[in-house]
Structures are given as structure tokens and as C-alpha cells.
Write a protein that binds this ligand. Structure first.
Ligand SMILES: Nc1ncnc2c1ncn2[C@@H]1O[C@H](COP(=O)(O)OP(=O)(O)O)[C@@H](O)[C@H]1O
Ligand SMILES: [Mg+2]
Length: 228
């Protein structure tokens, strides 16, 4: 199993340790390499919290998360940071590209702390930018481009270190329907080509229906939605 979330709970607490809200309560999930799932659920139901936990950006109060059978709780902060950088790609609702850098420079940022050859990483970035139709505009800056182009660049940036898991939090939430469709197709094509595990939080039924499984997050737990 690429990712295994086992019976995790998560509450947010005040500075004084008082529980403000129990967000996840006995949530479990398994994901193989190459599998893609959608998570739906109302605003505030804990979708982002769950992605943050799966992405090692935050930690559960109870339960355990395994990555390739290894418990994340066994890693120290430095191990986790390099693990996260190598194995997990993140895409958010907004692209968060750095405005003063070109697309080419932006997509190379995650490669900076990685100890691989320059040539290898340049080849990888070039391959992804060509594959996604962004190569010809690589020397432009985010402010000169459309929202769709920026969001596609954010996907390239997420994949430049060849992660095995892609976590996307409402990746089409800021796009018009045409660009949302382009981005969805691109995510699915790259996911299949690279055999990525993919978790997409989305309100869009169109995206959800293209995933292998759909879950609803409700009352702190995931329920699989049965396909009709
Ligand atoms: N850092 C935080 N501190 C306190 N409460 C938080 C924090 N992050 C999220 N929450 C609360 O946890 C709940 C779930 O949030 P979130 O995971 O962002 O939901 P979703 O992504 O489904 O909209 C919400 O009620 C939110 O206000
Ligand atoms: Mg959210």
C-alpha cells in the first residue's frame, strides 16, 4: 500500500489545551500507487485537515499513517521534510507561484534541496512543461499568464521531483469550466503515466466521477460513495 491512514483522529485545541473542535474521528483510508480517489464533503468537514495529515504537514492525535508500510510517526522532523519533498506533490486551490520568478524558475524550486544532478532535473522539468503545453511560455512570469496556465504550472512544480503521491486540494476551485476541464484531464493523464497515487479534494462531480473511488467526509469519517 502506498498510503494507509489508520483510524486517525484530529482535534484543534486552543493555546490552553481546550478542544475547540474534533474534526476527524476514526478516519481510515488506503491508497495504492496509480490509484486516484476524490474526497467530497461540505465546507468545514475536515477535507483540508485530512490532506495535511496525509501530506505530513500536520500530525494526528490518535491513529497512525503509513507510507509504503512505514509509520510516519517514526520519522523525525528532518527526515519528514526530505521525505515530503521527494515523495509528495501538493496542488492547492490557488497556484502560489512566486510572481517575481518565471515559470521555469518556479517549477525548479522544489528541486533546490534535492541532491540530484542539474541536468537530470532540467530534463524532467522540460519534459513536464512540454507535456503540458507550457514550454513555449516558460520564460514568462505568472502575472503575464492566465489562471489556467498558472495552475497547470503549479501541477508541474508539484511533480518535478517525481513524487509517488499527489495531494490536490480543490485544484480547479479557482478556474472557469474550460480550464477546470483541461486541468482535470492533465492530472489524470499524468497520474496514469507516472503511476501516481492521487487524492483530490473537490466539489466538482465532473472530476470526482473520473476518479477510481469517491469518498464523502462526514461527521469526521470517510464514507465511500457507491457508484450507481
Ligand atoms: N488551525 C486550525 N485551528 C483551529 N481550527 C481549525 C484549524 N484549521 C481548521 N480548523 C477548523 O477545522 C474544521 C475543518 O477545517 P478544514 O479541514 O479546513 O475543512 P474543509 O477543508 O473541509 O473545509 C473547520 O471547522 C475549521 O474551522
Ligand atoms: Mg479545505
Amino acid at each position: 500500500m502506498l498510503l494507509e491512514v489508520k483510524d486517525i483522529s484530529k482535534s484543534y485545541k486552543s493555546r490552553y489545551g481546550k478542544t475547540l473542535r474534533e474534526v476527524l474521528n476514526g478516519t481510515s483510508l488506503s491508497l495504492r500507487r496509480g490509484e486516484k480517489i476524490a474526497i467530497a464533503g461540505p465546507s468545514g468537514s475536515g477535507k483540508t485537515t485530512l490532506l495535511n495529515l496525509a501530506g505530513t504537514l500536520d500530525f494526528p492525535d490518535k491513529g497512525e499513517i503509513f507510507f509504503n508500510e512505514k509509520p510516519l510517526s517514526a520519522m523525525d522532523t528532518a527526515d519528514l521534510a526530505s521525505f515530503r519533498n521527494r515523495e509528495i506533490g501538493f496542488v492547492f486551490q490557488f497556484h502560489h507561484l512566486l510572481p517575481q520568478l518565471t515559470l521555469w524558475e518556479n517549477v525548479l524550486i522544489p528541486a533546490l534541496p534535492v541532491n540530484s544532478g542539474r541536468k537530470e532535473i532540467y530534463n524532467r522539468a522540460e519534459e513536464l512543461l512540454r507535456e503540458t503545453g507550457l514550454w513555449d511560455i516558460r520564460h514568462q512570469k505568472p502575472g503575464e499568464l492566465s489562471g489556467g496556465e498558472c495552475q497547470r504550472t503549479a501541477v508541474v512544480r508539484a511533480l518535478v521531483n517525481s513524487p509517488s503521491l499527489l495531494l490536490a486540494d480543490e485544484p480547479t476551485g479557482s478556474l472557469d469550466s474550460e480550464n477546470a476541464d483541461l486541468l482535470t484531464k492533465m492530472l489524470i493523464r499524468l497520474g496514469e503515466k507516472e503511476s501516481l497515487g492521487m487524492i483530490v479534494v473537490t466539489h466538482s462531480l465532473e472530476i470526482a466521477l473520473r476518479m477510481d473511488r469517491i469518498y464523502n467526509l462526514k461527521d469526521g469519517r470517510l464514507e465511500e460513495r457507491q457508484s450507481q
